[in-house]
Ligand binder design. Structure first.
Ligand SMILES: Cc1ncc(COP(=O)(O)O)c(C=O)c1O
Length: 481
């Protein structure tokens, strides 16, 4: 073999030369290019050819010998060992078997529509589903995190509590009782790595393959995907301006779970009135159904105090309340919480322990201080002020600028508006024409489960300035004509 055309060493690389040579020799042995029994080139000759010190080659050979790839025979040289069962060069990479669960995950693909921010110069993107860094008090956050990063803090050298950092659970319980009308003790609050994880654990605990799950349509596609991989049979009900139409549940149907967004229906918008809430609780009682209440943006209402949670009306333990910090702090935090009825506490915490041993303590501790020291409520007030104003500007622009009647939920809440277009519109074409006119809007069809959904587009307003909101609607108007 000629060493020169086999090995290439880079003097500038940070990896030592002997390690580079070792890696290349090891690769050649494992790929079968240096077969069992072959003699490696003599160290002096190889060092000369490569232009390196002999000790570099000796160190590489020594490392290979220590790991059992080669043996040195005194006076004879260094040989690839005889006993290596290396694969032939043309063997195919191994494709592991996927269990039915894994196969369902692959079949579903990435079911979610991630809003992509265009980088084009003055493109106005009504993207949604993000938080916006200029509103979050990062200086406070950095200071709170730093508190727990001192080396003498014993908290970090231990596993945390599976159910969550106790002061955070207490702070959330207090917040939920005061602001969301949730009835709970600290013990009922469990911290999760985002609301999605709570859904995952609940689905594993309660669902059997083929079980009916009542869902809203349009609805939260990430929840649909998750419930489906756990084998759920989704039963969609078309929502109206007052959310989930309990009275439309087919007679004779039973369902293990119902997944609903009562405070602000996602993505249509609209709150569920008391009569429907009570009817849903009654239905759940009669059908042994658990209700999953997704309250991910329940704190973001702009004109009056947020509606109380459905959970607060539940006397019998049928409602599981799910909350998230993704919208009110930031999504990369991956922190959410679940308020469980006492009957589900133990199974849930045990499952969480088995799955991941608990959420990261460091960020939980910082969020606990963020809440108890008053920053959270101050931040919420600011979000409501800023987002509320942006929503009002968007809605005024929609009223004044659009050439045709459109409808949308008038509920002053959330981070986007879903515009129902007339039946004469082709939704995909509107999105394309809008992009060509320099404005990004998002297809509503993604969120519907029923075939041939009515044409609609989603406009997130939280990340745009007032001027951009107005100009964006002007461009959309041009695309709609
Ligand atoms: C309807 C809905 N529920 C829940 C969430 C929050 O999920 P997570 O806490 O996993 O980020 C979102 C986030 O976008 C959402 O849109």
């Amino acid at each position: 073999m000629t060493a020169m055309n086999r090995f290439e060493l880079d003097e500038e690389a940070t990896l030592p030369l002997y390690r580079q040579l070792y890696n290349q020799l090891r690769g050649a042995i494992l790929r079968g290019e240096l077969p069992s029994g072959d003699r490696l080139p003599p160290t002096r000759g190889l060092a000369d050819e490569l232009g390196v010190a002999r000790v570099t080659v000796q160190q590489a050979y020594q490392q290979l010998a220590t790991e059992g790839y080669v043996v040195s025979r005194r006076g004879a040289g260094t040989f690839v060992v005889d006993t290596l069962p290396v694969p032939g060069p043309d063997e195919q990479p191994f494709v592991p078997h996927l269990a039915p669960w894994g196969q369902r995950v692959v079949r579903l693909g990435d079911a979610t529509q991630r809003a992509q921010r265009s980088t084009a110069g003055d493109f106005i993107d009504f993207g949604f589903g993000r938080s916006f860094p200029h509103i979050f008090p990062y200086n406070v956050w950095r200071r709170l995190l730093a508190r727990y990063l001192s080396t003498d803090d014993v908290m970090l050298s231990r596993y945390g509590s599976v159910a969550g950092f106790e002061p955070l659970r207490a702070a959330i319980a207090d917040y939920l009782r005061r602001w969301r009308g949730v009835r709970c003790s600290t013990e009922q609050v469990v911290i999760v790595n985002g609301l999605q994880q709570a859904l995952d654990i609940l689905a594993r605990l309660t669902l059997e393959r083929g079980d009916n799950v009542l869902v809203e349509s349009p609805g939260y596609t990430d929840a649909f995907a998750l419930l489906r991989v756990h084998g759920a049979h989704l039963v969609p009900l078309a929502v109206d301006d007052h959310g989930f139409p309990v009275e439309a549940i087919p007679d004779g149907l039973s369902a293990r779970l119902a997944f609903v967004t009562p405070a602000n229906q996602f993505p249509h918008g609209g709150a569920m009135p008391l009569s429907r809430r009570l009817a849903l609780l009654q239905w759940a009682l009669e059908h042994d159904t658990l209700i999953l209440e997704d309250d991910y943006d329940g704190a973001l209402r702009y004109e009056e105090r947020p509606l109380g949670a459905l959970q607060g009306l539940d006397e019998r333990g049928h409602v599981i309340y799910l909350g998230s910090f993704s919208k009110v702090l930031f999504p990369a935090l991956r922190l959410g919480y679940v308020v469980l009825p006492p009957s589900l506490l133990r199974p849930f915490i045990q499952a969480k322990g088995i799955v991941d041993r608990g959420a990261p303590t460091l960020t939980q501790a910082a969020v606990a201080d963020f809440i108890t020291e008053g920053y959270f409520e101050r931040h919420l007030r600011r979000l409501r002020r800023v987002y509320g104003r942006r929503r009002r500007i968007l809605v005024a622009a929609l009223e004044n600028e659009l050439p045709c009647p459109v409808s949308y939920s008038t509920e002053p809440a959330g981070l986007h508006v879903m515009l129902a277009l007339g039946d004469e519109y082709d939704e995909a074409a509107v999105v394309r024409k809008a992009a060509a006119a320099g404005v990004g809007v998002y297809r509503g069809a993604t969120y519907f489960l029923q075939p041939d959904p009515p044409p609609s587009v989603l406009l997130g307003f939280s990340g745009l300035t007032e001027a951009q909101l107005r100009e964006g609607v002007r461009r959309l108007a041009a695309a709609l004509c």
